[in-house]
Design a protein around this ligand. Structure first.
Ligand code: IMP
Length: 418
């Protein structure tokens, strides 16, 4: 069983890697997060940005599961499935766990309210209701997907939850929501989803019993992990591979392969410390070159040089069996490429990830690696990469501590070197 997880701030290219590996998978499972995800996939069917549906959907033979660890906005899921079908991608194999939690319109409203009230301390969330939905789950106020099956009870639950949610919304000057309208919208979407809403545990159990090839698709990266990321600038779930056991419903010892996806440089959307961040025209240049705009919000991503401390932190938590390095082709034009190997904090050098407010004041220590000064996007064999590009990959291996197994040199599925 293979897990594909992000080793930086998210947006590492997990969608592309999952799509590539899913061609050989029987089951693909998303285990956390919700529509805050924006997994970009470019293949023979076109260019897609997936938010809820696993990136395995392009393999019609793979069962695609939205796992119980996810938070799901059902109307949004229906829209996403409709759009895929319209683009000629069959979605009959998509299933939603009946234990996943619902993202309801009041979670979206509360996400916006919370960000607004934090003011200058805002987190920069995607506004997809993720945090409030997980807060309700942990606070034992969440509504699980299976609850839509009993309409009368579901309507009562929504009305009851809205009493407190509306009080909060109104207290801060926002419009209250109408319980009937909220329930109507969700029930209509649930009716469209019909038999896709299932207990996914028997499916996963069967997959394990028959030695099916299972792929676990993480959302976001270690730096945004609720427990190990840069709290509070994190998401409300655990993108680490450990999160997959709970979030997909699989025993821990069956994960044998953990692929850490790293971009050849660093990017982040949202707030919080980002030591190697670039500013001004250098940032604009890399952003344009890499088309670094959020797949969910369209926000320009913050960009910076490769920071080995972050994926090293991720490796300590995930024990990557290999790394997948994406977007190496974007660095083609640089003569020298700054590469951060460690941080200096108050005169001490470290490769350990400090807590958030210490990270805020670290000084990144750079090596200057030679660039290769050529376009490598057409290369189809890893052995043919320029020597300097191979050297760059080697330095990633040495500083992170895991071997590079996959290299991406372009957005398409075919631009993937093993
Ligand atoms: P939330 O997950 O929407 O609550 O946002 C929490 C943090 O995670 C913010 O910094 C977001 O920008 C970031 N984030 C959430 N989803 C993604 C994603 O798919 N890619 C990159 N960053 C994300």
């Amino acid at each position: 069983m293979t897990a594909v997880v992000g080793a930086q701030w998210g947006d590492e290219g997990k969608g592309k890697i999952t799509d590539y590996l899913a061609q050989q998978a029987d089951v693909v499972i998303r285990y956390q997060g919700g529509s805050n995800a924006g997994h970009t996939v470019v293949n023979d069917k076109g260019a897609f940005k997936l938010h809820l549906v696993p990136s395995g959907v392009f393999n019609p033979d793979a069962l695609c599961i939205l796992g119980p660890g996810m938070v799901v906005e059902l109307p949004f899921l229906v829209e996403e499935l409709d759009a895929l079908e319209k683009a000629g991608v069959p979605t009959a194999n998509v299933r939603v766990s009946d234990r996943a939690h619902l993202v309801l319109p009041y979670h979206l409203a509360l996400d916006r309210l919370d960000e607004r009230e934090r003011g200058r301390q805002k987190l920069g969330t995607t506004g997809r209701g993720n945090g409030p939905a997980y807060s309700d789950k942990v606070g034992r106020h969440g509504i699980q997907v299976y609850e839509v099956r009993d309409e009368k009870r579901f309507r009562e639950r929504v009305a009851h939850e809205l009493e407190t949610k509306n009080a909060i919304l109104e207290r801060f000057g926002d419009e209250p929501l109408d319980a009937r309208a909220v329930a109507d919208e969700v029930l209509a979407a649930a009716a469209r989803l019909g038999g896709r809403i299932v207990d996914t545990l028997p499916l996963v159990e069967h997959a394990l019993a028959t030695d099916a090839r299972v792929l676990l698709e993480g959302q976001l990266g270690a730096m945004r992990d609720l427990d190990w990321g840069i709290y509070p600038y994190v998401t409300s779930s655990n993108p680490l591979a450990g999160g997959a056991t709970i979030g997909a419903g699989i025993p821990p010892r069956v994960i044998t392969r953990v692929i850490g996806v790293v971009k050849a440089y660093s990017t982040a959307v949202g707030e919080g410390p980002f030591p190697t961040e670039l500013h001004g025209s250098d940032a604009d240049d890399l952003r344009e070159r890499g088309q670094e705009y959020g797949a969910t919000t369209g926000r320009p991503r913050r960009v910076g040089w490769f920071d080995a401390v972050a994926p090293r932190h991720a490796h300590r938590l995930n024990a990557f069996t290999e790394l997948a390095v994406t977007k190496l082709d974007m660095l083609g034009r640089y003569e020298r490429i700054p590469f951060c190997t460690s941080y200096e904090i108050d005169g001490t050098t470290t490769t350990d990830m400090p807590p958030t407010h210490v990270l805020d004041r670290v000084v990144p220590r750079y090596e200057q690696l030679p660039g290769w000064g050529s376009d490598i996007s057409g290369i189809t064999d890893r052995a043919l990469l320029p020597t300097a590009a191979k050297g760059y990959l080697r330095r990633i291996e040495e500083t992170v501590g895991a071997p590079v197994g996959i290299v991406g040199v372009g957005p398409e599925r075919t631009a993937t070197l093993l």
